[in-house]
Design a protein around this ligand. Structure first.
Ligand code: BES
Ligand code: ZN
Length: 865
């Protein structure tokens, strides 16, 4: 047990209501690093000034630090004036203005939590958000203390590249080939944006000329072997820089912007000022070593971190309860970027699908919390889908309510007024209120209340007079405490179309539902109106509306909103699965089969192949578990398989043609329209494999594809039940060709999830693979994350739960953040039938009986009581 692990007994809770400003201002911080794998010395010289009268002591944060010395104005501070408790150091009787000099020693090599300064493949790197800076030196580790930083780095010649935030000031040779480099960041920042990198790295370089004509030096630093996989990220960066100028009027500020790829990283990437640090899986891409999905993810993450330079860095958060101020807004910004660069409809369908399957699940489970949480034990646990995805939806609603022009004026006001400050969500919404003259009082419910509100829609149409009344009722989230729940302001976008012709009867309208119930009337509505409601998912709510099959079919065929079309066919699938769960012998509605045939016979009906591919993809487990509660995951799995088989059989004439016509010709392009065609071709091939022998097609695709997307698809399809005699051979060949970690992870996750071969034993065997390492989060996610989240057959069993619990406990001792994330699937026990619940809960009880990290304890204790 290291001292970084807390006893389970007394977790400290931090509360928004108890926020107090820090009593000192830090005018400047000078950091000197003497890099060494096990004994790195850090010297901090900082200038302080009291800003709150009556205070005489200074409280700093520090964790796992060896304290060498503390001086004030050059004088050693006597031990009697120093009090060290938990993660803080109190220095008593400090003057009103003074210079502090602190020397600490740390051990990067022993740091497996990957917070603070650590080593990844022999390269020094840092991760300070949210509270990692306290593992480097004693400092007020909170975002509202902003200062300008200078970083001086000394290291042996085996670390030729030494980087930090800001602009390079000097690079000097000293004795024994050692060097000293100095970086200076003129923009005041909180310490969570501090970064340092030291290693033997190679750089891919480019430049970007900003809208005011400044030339910015762009660099991506990687291990030498990866230099051939940096181009796409660099191009994505330039696209993101141009987009933020065009759409938000935001220009880059320093002279240099650097990205560094590291192998060991808890998250995807981090927006440190001028020196973004990325999980290598989120930067490196080449046609042979990244799938289309990886290319798109890289483009989005590079943009996301770049956009933080304004939404997060120039204007930062006052405290971590405001996390969504930067994350929700920045996710909204990156999703709009992706929509503009690629296909808007597809991007929105993917986001809505993710929100519903993952965020709605979180929002109805034991760790549900508002976008602005009122309290936390461990802040690392609050980098959640609610903060990110729901937070982005809330910003999207603001734009929907204001319209694009006012929204842009609000964002301009926000960035200008609060530049260089640490602010709250109130300031953001306040800027939007000011430019629009709107009252956002009721709207704040979206930030303050947990859970997913429900919307019911009733229609009454008099076919003689043409009068049509639509009634909207909102119901509190299922988890809401009824007394304290307030009604939401729900922007509802709707349109009416004719069931037979698809003709628009009432064009798109925005209705703002602020009451519990309200109705709207339209006159002279002819024909058979079908409502397309919550178009584009205009609000993150659950639609509770039993829609007739004929209406859903009309929406799937005719609606001009991609999300509504997709949503309609998803609803048809869900209804069919519901029937199968009640009676496995019940036939699938012929109308659904006919619809699928119609769509794939004439793919032009859906303009975008990628949209069609999304429409042909059956709802994920999470969506079904949310609807059919308490569910039997194995029964739901077989019902979905049965539906898939029926659709494969029912449209058997068309799958092959679709596969052949969609496969793009010519050299590989990771660009939206080619990606869409490949995605539809692979979807078609997956169905085709359910009805006929596809061995030759798969072998041909595997051996001759110009890209990893198709090659990987061939292996994956063969590995499922489609081609048993090819399965082992392609698996081995795919592994043999896995010369990057990213391709290895695709192999590991496929091997850990493939229904036919991924037994508990097989998953255990994968954790013993020579290229597996418990200390690398990407490997852990590829095997155990994939197993727990995507292998229903093996995971939802007593032995599956036990394997996950054992792994979580093992990981908790090395990397608490990863352990706390990995345990989540077990915490969702309440959605399942009692026989599953009992086994899941007994593993959670076994976990909590151990001595756990704060991270894991908070999650598990909320899930059982
Ligand atoms: N600031 C976060 C990274 C982070 C989160 C670091 C928590 C430390 C603790 C970064 O901007 C981020 O949000 N990254 C996302 C990817 C993004 C595209 C949503 C991630 O890492 O998953
Ligand atoms: Zn972010």
């Amino acid at each position: 047990m290291t001292d970084s692990r807390a006893m389970n007994a007394a977790p400290k809770t931090t509360r928004l209501a108890e926020y107090e400003g820090f009593p000192y201002a830090v005018e400047s911080v000078d950091l000197t690093f003497d890099l060494h794998p096990t004994e790195t010395r850090v010297t901090q010289i900082s200038v302080w000034k009291k800003i709150t009268a009556g205070v005489t002591s200074l409280e700093l944060n520090g964790k796992d630090l060896k304290r060498i010395s503390v001086k004030i104005d050059g004088e050693l501070v006597d031990e009697s004036r120093l009090v060290e408790i938990d993660e803080s150091l109190l220095i008593r009787q400090v003057p009103d203005a003074f210079t502090l000099e602190v020397v600490t020693q740390i051990n990067p090599e022993a740091n497996t939590a990957l917070e603070g300064l650590y080593l990844s493949n022999g390269m020094f790197c840092t991760q300070c958000e949210a509270e990692g800076f306290r593992r480097i030196t004693y400092y007020p580790d909170r975002p509202d203390v902003m200062s300008s930083f200078t970083t001086r780095i000394t290291a042996d010649p085996e670390y030729p590249v030494l980087l930090s935030n800001g602009n390079l000031i000097s690079d000097t040779k000293i004795k024994d080939g050692r060097r000293v480099v100095v970086w200076e960041d003129p923009f005041p920042k909180p310490c969570y944006l501090f970064a340092l990198v030291g290693g033997n790295l190679a750089a891919e370089r480019d430049s970007f000329v900003t809208m005011s004509g400044r030339e910015i030096d762009l660099r991506i630093y990687v291990e030498k072997k990866d230099l051939n996989r940096t181009r796409y990220a660099l191009e994505s960066l330039k696209r993101a820089m141009a987009w933020d100028e065009d759409v938000y009027g935001r220009e880059y500020d320093l002279d240099i912007f650097m990205i560094v790829a590291v192998s060991h990283f808890n998250m995807g990437a981090m927006e440190n000022k001028g020196l973004n640090i990325f999980n290598s899986s989120c930067v490196l891409a080449s046609p042979e070593a990244a799938t289309d999905q990886a290319f798109q993810r890289i483009e989005a993450i590079v943009a996301h971190e770049y956009f933080h330079n304004w939404s997060g860095n120039r204007v930062t958060c006052r405290d971590w309860f405001q996390l969504s101020l930067k994350e929700g807004f920045t996710v909204f910004r990156d999703s709009e970027f992706s929509a503009d660069i690629n296909s808007r409809a597809v991007k929105r369908i993917q986001d809505v699908n993710f929100l519903r399957s993952a965020q709605f699940t979180e929002d109805s489970g034991p760790t549900a919390h508002p976008v602005q949480p009122p309290e936390y034990q461990e802040i690392s646990n609050f980098y959640t889908l609610t903060i990110y995805e729901k937070g982005a939806e809330v910003v999207r609603m603001i734009r929907t309510l204001l319209g694009p022009e006012l929204f842009r004026r609000g964002s301009d006001l926000y960035f200008e007024r609060y530049d260089g400050q640490a602010v709250t969500i109130k300031e953001f919404v306040g800027a939007m209120a000011e430019v629009s003259g709107r009252d956002f009082g009721q709207f704040m419910c979206w930030y303050e209340q947990p859970g997913t509100p429900r919307l019911q829609v009733y229609m009454d149409h008099d076919s003689v007079t043409g009068q049509l009344t639509i009634q909207f009722d909102q119901r509190a989230p299922a988890i809401a405490e009824i007394d304290s729940h307030k009604a939401y302001l729900i922007p509802i976008s709707y349109q009416l179309i004719d069931r037979e012709s698809g003709q628009v009867l009432v064009p798109e309208t925005l209705f703002e539902l602020s009451q519990t119930s309200a109705s709207v009337t339209h006159e002279d509505v002819k024909g058979n109106p079908v409502i397309s409601v919550l178009r584009g998912l205009s609000a993150p709510v659950k639609l509770e509306m039993t829609r007739p099959v004929a209406d859903l079919i009309a929406l799937a065929r005719f609606d001009d909103d991609g999300v509504s079309r997709w949503d309609a066919i998803q609803d048809l699938y869900i209804q069919s699965i519901g029937h199968l769960l009640k009676d496995p012998d019940s036939p699938i509605d012929q109308a659904l089969i006919d619809l699928v045939c119609e769509l794939i016979r004439d793919p032009q009906m859906v303009q975008d192949p990628a949209c069609l591919a999304e429409m042909l993809t059956l709802p994920q487990d999470n969506i079904l578990w949310d609807i059919f509660q308490p569910g039997d995951p194995q029964a739901i799995l077989s019902a979905r398989k049965q539906l898939r088989q029926t659709l494969a059989d029912g449209a058997s004439k068309y799958w092959k043609i679709l596969f052949e016509t969609m496969t793009p010709e010519g050299p590989y392009q990771p660009e939206a329209s080619a990606i869409g065609r490949r995605s539809l071709a692979i979807t078609a091939l997956t169905y085709l494999a359910k009805i006929e022998q596809v061995d030759t097609i798969l072998e041909d695709l595997f051996n001759n594809a110009s890209n990893l997307t198709e090659r990987f698809a061939a292996y994956r399809i063969a590995r499922s039940d489609a081609a048993p005699h090819l399965s082992d051979a392609l698996s081995q060949k795919f592994l043999d060709g896995a010369d990057t970690d990213e391709v290895l992870d695709l192999w590991l996750s496929t091997e850990a999830t493939n229904e036919r071969t991924a037994t508990i034993e097989r998953v255990k065997e994968l954790t013993g693979h020579e290229r597996f390492a418990w200390t690398n989060p990407n490997r852990v996610r590829a095997v155990l994350g994939a197993f727990a989240n995507r292998n229903v057959k093996a995971f939802y069993s007593a032995a599956g739960y036990r394997l996950l619990a054992d792994s979580v406990l093992k990981l908790d001792a090395m990397n608490p953040q990863i352990a706390a994330r990995l345990v989540m699937p077990l915490c969702q026990w309440a959605r399942f039938e009692p026989s599953y619940q009992d086994k899941m809960k007994s593993e959670l009880r076994r976990i909590i009986s151990q001595n756990l990290s704060k991270d894991l304890f908070e999650i598990v204790s909320k899930s059982i009581d």
